[in-house]
Ligand binder design. Structure first.
Ligand SMILES: Nc1ncnc2c1ncn2[C@@H]1O[C@H](COP(=O)(O)OP(=O)(O)OP(=O)(O)O)[C@@H](O)[C@H]1O
Length: 866
C-alpha cells in the first residue's frame, strides 16, 4: 500500500503522462520505525553528556550505546546502520569521555575525504568538551600548525593519504602521539573497496605495527553504511577481530519507493541505429520540477558533476515556464564547495528556502541533511550501500517521503527497474578488497619496512606467504636486505612519496591546463590512453576540458577549457592471454575458470556523441599498446553446446548419469596472446532459451593468493565423464557459427554491466574480451577481467557468483524491450569495437545454454546458488 503523502507526490510527478507510457515499473512502501533509546552509560563523562544534550541529543539510541560500550571495553567494533542514524556518537562518546577525564590518551580519526574529516572535526569542536584538543592534519593544514598538532593535539583528524605520506613516514616525530594512541576511528569504512581499499587495509596494519612499536594497542572503531557481513569486512580491513553492531534504533519516517524507466525516444537513434532512451538526467530534471512545484524539499543524485549542473539547469528552465519565482529555489551542488557553502546549502534546504538540489554523490557522505520530502536517484549509484545511503536522506522526520530511482540507459539499471527485488530486497553487498594483491602488497611492504625493520613473526599480519614472496622480490631488486633478524630498508630515501594509494601505481599522468600551467588532476598510467587521449573531453570539478596532447614519456596530458555539446568514447583493440588458471570447473560443455591474465589494449580512435547518444563522427588515433597483468573470470562454451538446439521447456533439468574424475587444474605456462576473431553477425533468429531466474548472493570465497613467485594453487576440477556429446547437453544455444561472435560479444557486455550487482565495483573498474575461438582455451570464450594490475577481487567475486551473475545478465537482456540491442542491454559505452557485432537474441541463447549447463553441475563446484 502506498502512503498518503508518498502517493500524492508520486501522482504529481507522473501527472500528464498517458497510462500506456507510464514509466513507473514498481512502487513499494518502506514503513516507519520508532526510536529505541538506551540510558547513557555510567562511564560516559558528564561534560560529554551535557555537551551532546545541548547539541540536541537528549537520549542516545540503543545501537549508539551498544557500540560505544564495546569500544570502551576494548573490543574492536564496527557500527553499520542506516543513513543519519547517529553513527558519529558511537565513537564520539568513548573518545571524548576518555579525553575529558584528563587521561593522556590520544585518538586518530580517518575519513575517506578531507571534506568529511573537516565536518566531523567541526562537530567535535563545537561540543567544546574541556580537555579535548581536536585538530586536523591533512593536506590543507598549514606547515606552521603541523608542529603544534603533533605536540599537543589529542584527537587528530586525518585521511588515509596523509596518514601514509605525512604521519607514518615520519612516525618518530609522532612518537608521543603513537605511544598514547587509544582509539583509531575509521569513518565511512565501506568506501574502502577495490584497490584503494586494499591499500587502506595494509595501511591500517602499518598503523597497528607502528603503535605497537611505541607500546600502544589502539581499539578500532569503524562506522559503515549498512553492509552485508560488516564484522567480516571490518576484520579484513583492520586485520583484527571486530564485533558488529547492526540493529538500527534510530527513528525513520515511512518512504514510498518508485522505480522509473524513461521511455525510448522514437526520433533519435544511437550507435549502429540502436534506439536510445530519454536521458536519466533530463527525466530527473522534470521530476525535480514537479516536486518543487509541490513544495517538496528534494535532493536529486546525479552521477557526474556536469550532469548535476545540467539537471539543476533543466529544472530551473522548466520552472521558469511554470512560476519564475521558484527558479531560485533550485541549485546544483558538487564537491569542491567550501565548507561554509555546504553549511549554507544544508541550512537552506532544511529551512525550505531551497527546495530542489541536484548533486553528485558529494552529498552522500557526512552531510547532516535528512528528513527531506523526496530523493531522486538518476541512475544506480554503483552499490546498494550507496542506494540506501542516498535514499535514506528522505523521510526522517516521521513524515511520508518519496524516493524515485530513474534508470539510465544501461543494462544494470534496466535490470533493476524490472527486478525490484534485486534492488529492494537483497542484502547490501560486502565491499570487496584484496590486500594480497602483489601490486598493492609490494609498495605497502616497502613502506612498512622503511618505517621499521620487518621481522618474521610480523609477516602474518601482512598475509604470510604472499608477503614473504613479495619481500623476496623486493630484496632481489635491492630495495631491501634480508638479515637474520628480518628485512631492512637499504636506501636513504623513503618510498612513501612514490606510492599512490588511490591508484594502481606507476607514474601518474598529470593533466595540466596548457594556458595557465595549472594541474587539474592525475590519471592512472594504465587508463591514460583511454581517459585523456588527444581529443578526449575531460571533466574536472564540474568544468569541461578538451585534451590537446598526451605525452606518455613525460606523463603529461595538456588540455584547454572547452565545454562542447558532445562527449567522447574511445575505441580500442583488446587481446587477452591466460597466464595461470587457478580454479577451473567443468559443467558439461561449459568450463568456468579463474586466474591470471595478460590484457593488451590499444586505443585506436574515438567517437564523438551528443548526450542523447547520437554519434557525430569517428576519429582515428595512433597510440601505443598498453599491457595489464590482472585477474579474470572466464567461461568457455563447446561448439556442440553452441550449435545444439535449445532443449524444449521442462527437459533442462534432467540429470545425466555420470561418474566423476578429478584432474589437475589448468597449466601455469603463459600461452601466446589470443586475438579476437569476430565474424559478421548472422541473421538467423535463436529461439528463446527458457531458464528460471532467482537472485541470490553468491558465497564469498577467499581470494587465492596469486603471486608470480608462488606455487600454483592446487585446485582440482570436477569433470563429468562423457558429457561432451550432443545428446547429453542440457539444451544448447542453437546458433550457426556466424552468429557466435556477436552473441558472445553481447553476452560479455551485459555481464560487465551486471557484475557491479555482485561485486562492489563500477563497470569502469572491469573489462572484458570475447572470442569465438580463443587460442588458449581452444573454445568460444568470454573473459571478464579486473581493470587494475593484480586485480582487486572483482573477478574472484564473479567466479563465486557465476550462476546468479549470468542469470541476472540474461534477465537484463530479456527485460529490455528494444528489438536488437541498445545501451540498456547489450551495447557498452566503452566498447573497443564500436558495439559491432552484437547479437542480442544470440546472447540470450548462449546465456540460456550456459546457465542450463551450470545449473546441472553448479553445486559440485560450489558456485553461488542459482
Ligand atoms: N540519539 C540521538 N537523538 C537525536 N538526534 C541524534 C541522536 N544521535 C544523533 N543525532 C543527530 O542525527 C544526525 C545524524 O547523525 P550522524 O551524522 O552522526 O549520523 P551518521 O549515521 O553518521 O550519518 P551518515 O549516514 O550521514 O554517515 C545529527 O544531526 C545528530 O546530531
Amino acid at each position: 500500500m502506498v502512503g498518503e503523502r508518498g502517493r500524492r507526490l508520486l501522482d504529481r510527478v507522473t501527472a500528464g503522462i498517458p497510462a500506456r507510457e507510464n514509466p513507473v515499473t514498481h512502487v513499494t512502501r518502506v514503513p516507519a520505525r520508532a526510536a529505541g533509546f538506551a540510558p547513557w552509560p555510567e562511564w560516559a563523562a558528564p561534560e560529554v553528556v551535557d555537551a551532546l544534550a545541548a547539541g540536541g541529543v537528549g537520549k542516545p539510541w540503543r545501537h549508539q550505546v551498544e557500540a560505544a560500550c564495546l569500544a570502551r571495553e576494548g573490543a574492536h567494533v564496527v557500527v553499520s546502520t542506516g543513513t543519519a542514524s547517529g553513527k558519529s556518537l558511537a565513537y564520539q562518546l568513548p573518545v571524548l569521555s576518555e579525553l575529558a577525564t584528563g587521561s593522556k590518551a590520544t585518538a586518530l580519526y580517518l575519513s575517506p575525504t578531507k571534506a568529511l574529516g573537516a565536518d566531523q572535526l567541526r562537530a567535535v569542536s563545537s561540543l567544546d568538551v574541556p580537555g579535548v584538543r581536536a585538530a586536523a592534519f591533512d593536506g590543507d593544514t598549514p606547515m606552521t600548525e603541523r608542529d603544534w598538532v603533533r605536540a599537543h593535539a589529542n584527537w587528530v583528524f586525518s585521511n588515509p593519504d596523509m596518514l601514509h605520506r605525512g604521519i607514518l613516514s615520519a612516525h618518530a616525530r609522532w612518537a608521543q602521539f603513537f605511544r598514547r594512541l587509544r582509539y583509531v576511528v575509521v569513518d565511512e569504512c565501506h568506501s574502502y573497496r577495490g584497490v584503494f581499499g586494499s591499500h587502506v587495509a595494509l595501511l591500517l596494519r602499518r598503523v597497528r605495527r607502528v603503535a605497537q612499536h611505541y607500546g600502544a594497542a589502539p581499539v578500532f572503531v569503524l562506522a559503515s553504511a549498512t553492509t552485508a557481513s560488516p564484522a567480516d569486512f571490518a576484520s579484513r580491513l583492520t586485520g583484527l577481530p571486530c564485533t558488529a553492531v547492526t540493529e538500527d534504533a534510530s527513528p525513520r519516517g515511512a518512504r514510498t519507493i518508485a522505480l522509473w524507466e524513461p521511455p525510448l525516444l522514437e526520433e533519435l537513434s544511437g550507435e549502429n541505429g540502436a534506439p536510445v532512451r530519454r536521458p536519466a538526467g533530463t527525466e530527473t530534471a522534470r521530476i525535480l520540477t514537479e516536486l518543487v512545484v509541490e513544495g517538496a524539499r528534494s535532493l536529486a543524485f546525479v552521477r557526474s558533476r556536469r550532469g548535476a549542473e545540467l539537471t539543476a539547469l533543466g529544472a530551473r528552465r522548466l520552472l521558469s515556464e511554470v512560476d519564475p519565482a521558484l527558479m531560485e529555489t533550485v541549485a546544483a551542488y558538487r564537491s569542491g564547495f567550501l565548507p561554509e557553502e555546504r553549511r549554507e546549502l544544508e541550512r537552506a534546504l532544511l529551512s525550505g528556502r531551497l527546495l530542489g538540489v541536484a548533486t553528485t554523490n558529494a552529498l552522500e557522505l557526512g552531510v547532516d541533511i535528512a528528513g527531506l520530502d523526496a530523493v531522486v536517484l538518476a541512475g544506480y549509484p554503483g552499490t546498494l550501500a550507496s542506494f540506501w545511503q542516498q535514499s535514506g536522506r528522505a523521510g526522517r522526520s516521521g513524515d511520508e517521503a518519496l524516493v524515485v530511482f530513474v534508470a539510465r540507459d544501461d543494462p544494470l539499471d534496466t535490470y533493476l527497474v524490472h527486478h525490484p527485488q534485486a534492488l529492494l530486497e537483497r542484502p547490501v553487498e560486502t565491499a570487496v578488497l584484496d590486500p594480497a594483491n602483489p601490486y598493492v602488497l609490494g609498495p605497502q611492504l616497502a613502506c612498512a619496512v622503511a618505517e621499521l625493520p620487518l621481522t618474521e613473526p610480523e609477516l602474518d599480519t601482512f598475509g604470510g606467504s604472499a608477503a614473504r614472496a613479495v619481500l623476496g622480490e623486493l630484496a632481489e631488486q635491492k630495495l631491501l636486505r634480508r638479515r637474520s633478524s628480518g628485512w631492512y630498508w637499504t636506501s636513504r630515501d623513503r618510498p612513501h612519496a612514490e606510492v599512490g594509494i588511490r591508484g594502481s601505481g606507476g607514474d601518474q599522468v598529470a593533466v595540466v591546463e596548457a594556458d595557465s600551467g595549472r594541474m587539474l588532476g592525475t590519471v592512472d598510467p594504465g587508463s591514460a590512453c583511454f581517459a585523456v587521449h588527444p581529443g578526449a573531453v575531460y571533466l574536472h570539478q564540474g568544468s569541461s576540458y578538451v585534451v590537446d596532447e598526451l605525452d606518455l614519456d613525460t606523463a603529461l596530458a595538456l588540455v584547454h577549457a572547452e565545454d562542447p555539446d558532445w562527449n567522447t568514447s574511445p575505441r580500442e583493440i583488446v587481446d587477452i592471454s591466460v597466464l595461470k588458471t587457478e580454479r577451473q570447473c567443468r559443467h558439461g560443455g561449459v568450463t568456468v575458470c579463474l586466474g591470471e591474465v595478460a590484457v593488451t589494449s590499444q586505443v585506436v580512435g574515438y567517437l564523438r556523441r551528443r548526450p542523447s547518444g547520437e554519434v557525430l563522427d569517428h576519429t582515428p588515433l595512433e597510440l601505443p599498446e598498453q599491457s595489464l597483468h590482472t585477474r579474470a573470470v572466464w567461461y568457455t562454451v563447446s561448439p556442440e553446446l553452441l550449435e545444439t538446439p535449445p532443449a524444449p521447456e521442462g527437459t533442462e533439468k534432467a540429470t545425466p548419469e555420470e561418474t566423476e574424475t578429478r584432474v589437475p587444474a589448468g597449466t601455469e605456462e603463459a600461452a601466446p596472446v589470443g586475438t579476437r576473431a569476430h565474424v559478421p553477425k548472422g541473421t538467423e533468429k535463436a529461439a528463446p532459451a527458457g531458464t528460471d531466474f532467482r537472485v541470490s548472493e553468491g558465497t564469498e570465497v577467499a581470494a587465492p593468493v596469486g603471486t608470480k613467485t608462488q606455487a600454483p594453487v592446487g585446485t582440482v576440477a570436477v569433470v563429468p565423464v562423457g558429457t561432451g556429446g550432443v545428446g547429453r547437453a542440457p539444451g544448447g544455444a542453437g546458433l550457426v557459427p556466424a552468429r557466435v561472435p556477436g552473441a558472445l560479444h553481447a553476452a560479455e557486455h551485459a555481464a560487465i554491466g551486471l557484475l557491479p550487482l555482485f561485486a562492489t565495483c563500477d563497470r569502469w573498474d572491469i573489462g572484458g574480451v570475447s572470442t569465438a575461438r580463443h587460442e588458449d582455451t581452444g573454445e568460444a570464450t568470454v573473459f571478464v577481467h579486473d581493470g587494475h594490475p593484480g586485480g582487486a577481487g572483482f573477478a574472484d567475486r564473479g567466479y563465486a557468483a557465476i550462476v546468479p551473475w549470468l542469470a541476472a545478465t540474461r534477465e537484463a537482456i530479456v527485460s529490455c524491450e528494444c528489438p536488437t540491442g541498445c545501451p540498456s542491454c547489450v551495447q557498452s559505452p566503452k566498447c573497443g569495437n564500436g558495439n559491432d557485432p552484437l547479437d542480442k537474441a544470440g546472447a540470450v541463447a548462449v546465456l540460456g545454454a550456459v546457465l542450463g549447463a551450470l545449473r546441472q553441475h553448479g553445486e559440485q563446484c560450489g558456485h553461488g546458488g542459482a
